[in-house]
Design a protein around this ligand. Structure first.
Ligand code: UGA
Length: 439
């Protein structure tokens, strides 16, 4: 089928290449001409495992290409996926101006029968608005352009794997014709056994917010539990394991640590809270989830301050700067929130990340970015393990400790075995669990 994708960011580009490799003919478009040029030259603009290889392969097969002209992009499309950003306004709600603009432009040029499917995370009720946008942009009564909601559940760092083999595909539509078109698009996935859930549009839109808010809630529950465990001398990881053995709860997303970040959870929580308020329902639980998340950074900062007493003139090394492993994304990254707190308190802060050093430096210019963990820790009074990259979990603790002025390790993600840290000569501060004592 002919597919158009508007917006070539994280969701859009992954959609382009995975739709192409499943046999569709895909055209991606974007408002940024430089990006399109680089994409056509085979350059992936962000890191995601197997993205670069897939882009190169699908470009050479001619199954995907990128154009600036909307008319060319959508002119033959059976489905137009809207994957543009929905940034947060100062008031918390999602800014849908780019969604409106993209749908309006696509509707002017799409053939009759096209389905315009929202993949960007949008609040419930957006499709109703978009139908009005379509009517205004394409008043021709002989032209039918449908709206569908097809929220994306992919995770950064595993985006290609998630898009190739999602847990479920969710499609919200309200006509049989649109439903059938979306079934055809996803036939290669459903034939391989992937469940397709079909709902109304409002339900699909709301389901995305519900999923992200609930995952964030689980993390905040674990982080609040960590604060209690630290006071009670209990072990949050062991408790999460016990909870996880109950299949009604599940172990995933119960890792206490520095909290969640990224472009989705913090923004979606705010947008969901605003949406609930607009619909006349107070949902303070969502605000509490965010407050507990902020507290996780604060608790780590206080551990460093407690260990070092005065922070002025001290050097703190942060291992991991991305909001999670497997990505160079630093949007709302908890390690950077911690870096800012430390800089404000007068500390010199160095940082190392396998992928996110450059983006982190743009966000926090005071950071001294190191080429490896040992250089990062050189002369430091404290290191903080901030992101659970394998490379960081496998660090040689003896070598790390020797590089430091004072071997203090704050393990904000519980990456290390406490006894090994003590054996390597560290004063060790885990998160939500007691530090082992030397026998
Ligand atoms: C999240 C959802 O998991 C995806 O399903 C969704 O499609 C996506 O948002 C989106 O809306 O686009 P993502 O933001 O890529 O995906 O990252 P996650 O893997 O969910 O991690 C989010 C944050 O939670 C990270 O900072 C991670 O370190 C943190 N986290 C995760 C914890 O602190 N503890 C945990 O137990 C799990």
């Amino acid at each position: 089928m002919n597919i158009a994708v508007v917006g070539t960011g994280h969701v859009g580009l992954i959609t382009c290449v995975t739709m192409a490799e499943k046999g569709h003919r895909v055209i991606g478009t974007d408002v940024d001409p430089d990006k399109l040029q680089r994409l056509n030259a085979g350059e992936a603009p962000f890191y995601e495992p197997d993205l670069q290889e897939t882009l190169t392969r699908e470009l050479s097969k001619g199954s995907v290409r990128f154009v600036a002209d909307m008319a060319e992009a959508v002119g033959d499309a059976a489905v137009v996926f809207i994957c543009v950003g929905t940034p947060q306004r100062a008031t918390g709600e999602a800014n849908l101006a780019a969604v409106e603009e993209s749908v309006s432009r696509a509707a002017r040029h799409a053939p009759s029968g096209t389905v315009i499917a929202e993949k960007s995370t949008v609040p419930a009720g957006t499709a109703r608005r978009l139908r009005e946008v379509v009517k205004r942009s394409r008043p021709d009564p002989d032209v039918t352009i449908e709206i569908a909601s097809n929220p994306e559940f992919l995770r950064e760092g595993r985006a290609m794997a998630d898009a190739r083999k999602p847990d479920r595909i969710l499609v919200g539509t309200d006509t049989e014709a649109a439903r059938q078109t979306m079934r055809d698009v996803y036939e290669p996935w459903t034939a391989a056994g992937c469940p397709l859930v079909e709902t109304g549009i409002d339900t699909a839109e709301l389901a995305k917010h519900a999923c992200n808010a609930f995952l964030a809630l689980k993390i905040s529950f674990a982080n609040a539990l960590a604060r209690i465990c630290e006071r009670a001398g209990a072990d949050v990881t062991a408790i999460a394991d016990v909870m996880g053995m109950d299949e009604r709860i599940g172990r995933a997303f119960l890792n206490a640590g520095l909290g969640f970040g990224g472009s989705c959870f913090p923004k979606d929580l705010k947008a969901f809270d605003r949406l609930a308020a607009e619909l006349g329902y107070e949902f303070p639980l969502l605000r509490e989830v965010q407050r507990i998340n902020d507290e996780a950074v604060d608790a780590t900062f206080r551990k460093v301050a407690e260990a070092l007493w005065n922070l002025e003139g001290k050097k703190v090394a942060l291992l991991g700067l991305a909001f999670k492993p497997g990505t160079d994304d630093v949007r709302f990254a908890p390690p950077l929130a911690l870096a800012r707190r430390l800089v404000d308190a007068g500390a010199a802060v160095s940082g190392y990340d396998p992928e996110a050093g450059g983006p982190a430096l743009r966000e926090v210019p005071e950071l001294e970015i190191a080429a490896d963990p040992y250089e990062c820790a050189a002369g430091a009074d404290c290191v903080v393990a901030c992101t659970e990259w394998d490379e960081i979990a496998r660090i040689d603790l003896v070598r790390l400790g020797k590089a430091m002025a004072v071997p203090i390790l704050v393990d904000a993600r519980n990456l290390f075995d406490g006894t090994s840290a003590l054996d390597a000569g560290f004063t060790y501060y885990p998160t939500g669990r007691p530090a082992p004592v030397i026998a």
